[in-house]
Ligand binder design. Structure first.
Ligand SMILES: [Fe+2]
Ligand SMILES: [Fe+2]
Length: 158
């Protein structure tokens, strides 16, 4: 069970969405002009929309950087994953770079789904509950799109 109140849940959600958005923007720039690039653009815009909906639910104009530090244990470290997977430096172009980038995206989406599912159980406010359920559903859609794209990629080299 998450030990967070409603405002904290919105803050964690916003910090996660911002990390995901930034990762997708980077990947979209890198793979621009390809179908993978288009998928990353789509994902970055989706998370941008999530940020807008979360901030308006919270009644704030924008995400605050300090929440990232405050809620570190609840967040997936996409920058570290990119580094470990070689996406930060080694695999910057080609199918292997796309595969690894989408592998990280899959983890980010899975984390978001788990978080929205868990937090939806805690929050009592009806409107927030509905928003969290909608976001969970949309992250599931993102995950399905990512899985679909990965399934269509040529097999990984041995
Ligand atoms: Fe999202
Ligand atoms: Fe997503």
């Amino acid at each position: 069970m998450l030990d967070l109140n409603e405002i904290e849940i919105l803050q964690v959600a916003l910090a996660h969405e911002e990390r995901a958005r930034a990762f997708y923007v980077r990947m979209a720039e890198r793979h621009g002009g390809s179908t993978a690039g288009d998928l990353f653009v789509f994902l970055s815009r989706e998370e941008e929309g999530h940020i807008r909906r979360l901030t308006s639910r919270y009644g704030i104009p924008e995400f605050e950087k300090k929440w990232e530090e405050k809620f570190l244990p609840y967040l997936i470290d996409l920058a570290r994953l990119a580094w470990e997977e070689g996406v930060a430096a080694q695999y910057t172009t080609g199918p292997e770079a796309v595969r690894r980038g989408l592998g990280i995206a899959r983890k980010a989406e899975s984390q978001a789904i788990a978080f929205y599912a868990e937090s939806g159980k805690i929050v009592e406010d009806k409107k927030t509950k509905t928003l969290l359920a909608e976001l969970e559903e949309e992250e599931r859609n993102h995950l399905a799109k990512i899985e679909g794209y990965l399934a269509d990629l040529p097999p990984a080299p041995r």
